[in-house]
Design a protein around this ligand. Sequence first.
Ligand SMILES: *[C@@H]1O[C@H](CO)[C@@H](O)[C@H](O)[C@H]1NC(C)=O
Ligand SMILES: *[C@@H]1O[C@H](CO)[C@@H](O)[C@H](O)[C@H]1NC(C)=O
Ligand SMILES: *[C@@H]1O[C@H](CO)[C@@H](O)[C@H](O)[C@H]1NC(C)=O
Ligand SMILES: *[C@@H]1O[C@H](CO)[C@@H](O)[C@H](O)[C@H]1NC(C)=O
Ligand SMILES: *[C@@H]1O[C@H](CO)[C@@H](O)[C@H](O)[C@H]1NC(C)=O
Ligand SMILES: *[C@@H]1O[C@H](CO)[C@@H](O)[C@H](O)[C@H]1NC(C)=O
Ligand SMILES: *[C@@H]1O[C@H](CO)[C@@H](O)[C@H](O)[C@H]1NC(C)=O
Ligand SMILES: [Zn+2]
Length: 460
Amino acid sequence: MLLKIVLGFLCGVTALASQNDTAQQGPLPLLLVSFDGFRADYLKRFPMPNLKLLHSQGVLVEQLTNVFITKTFPNHYSLVTGLYTESHGMLANNMYDPISHKHFHIGNNTDPMWWSEAQPLWVTALRYGYKTAAMMWPGSDVIIGNRTATHFFHYNPSVTFQQRVGNVTNWMLGNETEQGVKFAALYWEEPDRSGHMYGPDNATAMGKALKEVDDNIGLLMSELKRTGLWGRVNILVTSDHGMAQCSAERLIRLDDCLHPDNYTLVDLTPVAALIPLKDPEAVFALLKKCHPHMTAYLKRAIPDRLHYRNNERIQPIILIADEGWTIVRRGNKLPRLGDHGYDNALPSMHPFLAAVGPSFRRGYRISSLQSVDIYPLMCHLLSVPPQPNNGTLNHSRCLLAAETCWDVPLVIGLVVGVLLVLTTITVLFRFLSHRRHLSGPRPFQRLQIEDDDDDDPLLQ
Ligand SMILES: *[C@@H]1O[C@H](CO)[C@@H](O)[C@H](O)[C@H]1NC(C)=O
Ligand SMILES: *[C@@H]1O[C@H](CO)[C@@H](O)[C@H](O)[C@H]1NC(C)=O
Ligand SMILES: *[C@@H]1O[C@H](CO)[C@@H](O)[C@H](O)[C@H]1NC(C)=O
Ligand SMILES: *[C@@H]1O[C@H](CO)[C@@H](O)[C@H](O)[C@H]1NC(C)=O
Ligand SMILES: *[C@@H]1O[C@H](CO)[C@@H](O)[C@H](O)[C@H]1NC(C)=O
Ligand SMILES: *[C@@H]1O[C@H](CO)[C@@H](O)[C@H](O)[C@H]1NC(C)=O
Ligand SMILES: *[C@@H]1O[C@H](CO)[C@@H](O)[C@H](O)[C@H]1NC(C)=O
Ligand SMILES: [Zn+2]
């Protein structure tokens, strides 16, 4: 209890100190950048001079624990809502909604119905009165809560990184007639594309892809410097998920276990979602013993820690492949050399977070954070009241320059020290007053003091 009070005090005291700008012109603009499929350990395995330069001037979270399922749309939506997938409804890259009987596919995703169980930050900030931008972030061009961001682009992979950054910096700068945006989200497809194509273990191919990613980070930094935004905006560079190496030796063939007439398949790998037809118990029994590297769950038995159960769009049976295993229907064809979607407890599924800007500490590093904690941090930076979410601002507070954060062991040491001193004083005081009593009663002491007070010339 006492520790809680002390911690709360230490974290809270300084919050107001460096928000001087904020009080005058509102919060600093915030730019959120995602490099799809950037596995946390790429930072250690490959030289990334620009990214290192960026986080050395700010903060680095070495690993983010992302959300299940570790796919692109679900995780990008969690970043901008702070919600687990079961709570924002973007549950996979392929979905079926049993109420509307609609199907979702990442290539056909602009029906608002799929997105409307949550509100992304670009809509919340817009309702709060700020201009916002979403550059090809999943959901950018979808009308959510009747709104889109002030500026957005339809997804188009042929628009280069430079063009995306050029447009985003223009939107952030604003002009005589148009105020600059306070929140912008920017998406880039690499290193995900190369990770799928070559596999994360191919050092030659990934080295080349990550060199390009790092060049793009350099381009982003120089563009922000050229336009004078660097040092006046907060920048988060992160990703949605990592990447696991797959191989043709690690295939799980569904058709070997069960005739396809027995179920409707909604999604396939590495997390299959299926609706059993006819006899669900018998279908589940067959899937359960299908393969040692695949776990079958009835919807109600999906583990709590995955936060993947309480939604209509989660199908009656899901199958989760072990890391690096691929579920196929039949045959020996491996669809991709790298894949993601696996259990979010696996380090290979984790991305990272780097942040730089006036609100962040410099040269600070922590080993981990939950990706849902980024949303309350962004709301705090923008002074926008967060929507209900599954993140905790206190987990990420220490990344902020305005917060004086102490090691928990240090604080415990301090508290113990203070208690010791207090105890000593109390004991000493008792001991002394005891001795005074021993030296004889002084019944008129109190009266005498009062008399003294009355006679004190200073009090008049
Ligand atoms: C704080 O705000 C005041 C009033 O706008 C300004 O004069 C001062 O320079 C600001 N200080 C800092 C450190 O930004
Ligand atoms: C896209 O999805 C809608 C329903 O959400 C459906 O009506 C339409 O046929 C789909 N289009 C394509 C090209 O699949
Ligand atoms: C969205 O707009 C429609 C009409 O255009 C209206 O009926 C509906 O209430 C609006 N929804 C929200 C969330 O504002
Ligand atoms: C904005 O993007 C378009 C491509 O859609 C590109 O032609 C244009 O040059 C970009 N603007 C800037 C300032 O980079
Ligand atoms: C790695 O990828 C390159 C293409 O960049 C390819 O030529 C090479 O065969 C791959 N190596 C392995 C071990 O798969
Ligand atoms: C699966 O489908 C096959 C072929 O339609 C059928 O013979 C079999 O009884 C079904 N099995 C179960 C468990 O429903
Ligand atoms: C996540 O947040 C939502 C919205 O507040 C809430 O409904 C849900 O119960 C939360 N999930 C967990 C596991 O706490
Ligand atoms: Zn991918």
